[in-house]
Design a protein around this ligand. Structure first.
Ligand SMILES: Nc1ncnc2c1ncn2[C@@H]1O[C@H](COP(=O)(O)OP(=O)(O)OP(=O)(O)O)[C@@H](O)[C@H]1O
Ligand SMILES: [Mg+2]
Length: 138
């Protein structure tokens, strides 16, 4: 499935569609080059999961925890600066990934062996007209 965001304004509707496609998958990887729009899309998904602005509590530099209006946690990871998988093991990645809470992950390429089997992958590419091509696969 593929969506095209011509501007940031398209992300609200697209994130609603994506949430429907996640099914029971709670772990979602966001692939795409630097500046592709991974964090921006995650922010819109969080909004549609009932999270208001500025409710993020940074626990570690790698993970941000958000709580929605039902007090459910949503975790947002950015592994860009991680040196190796051991670092993720040291902070207890399993407690998050297998918590049945949403885990939205940027730069999962850094921890290829730690990704749970059940997950979705969202790929974001920028085309020549500066549109974001957002595709989802399981
Ligand atoms: N769908 C979109 N349409 C237009 N601009 C966008 C879109 N998504 C993101 N942007 C813009 O692109 C820039 C980078 O976005 P963002 O920080 O989300 O990228 P990223 O993929 O998370 O990058 P990084 O790999 O550095 O974390 C921001 O200025 C953002 O406003
Ligand atoms: Mg980012």
């Amino acid at each position: 499935m593929e969506f095209i965001a011509k501007t940031i304004n398209d992300l609200d509707q697209i994130s609603k569609e994506l949430l429907k496609l996640f099914g029971d998958n709670k772990v979602v990887l966001f692939n795409g080059e630097m500046g592709a729009g991974k964090t921006t899309l995650i922010k819109h998904l969080c909004k549609n999961l009932g999270i208001s602005e500025n409710t993020s509590s940074p626990t570690f530099s790698i993970v941000n925890e958000y709580r929605n209006n039902e007090n459910k946690s949503i975790y947002h990871f950015d592994f860009y600066r991680i040196e190796n998988e051991q670092e993720a093991m040291d902070f207890g990645y399993e407690d998050y990934f297998y918590s049945n809470s949403f885990c939205f992950i940027e730069w999962a390429e850094k921890i290829p062996n730690l990704i749970p089997q059940n997950h979705m992958v969202i790929n974001i590419e920028i085309d020549n007209d500066n549109n974001r091509i957002i595709s989802i696969a399981s």
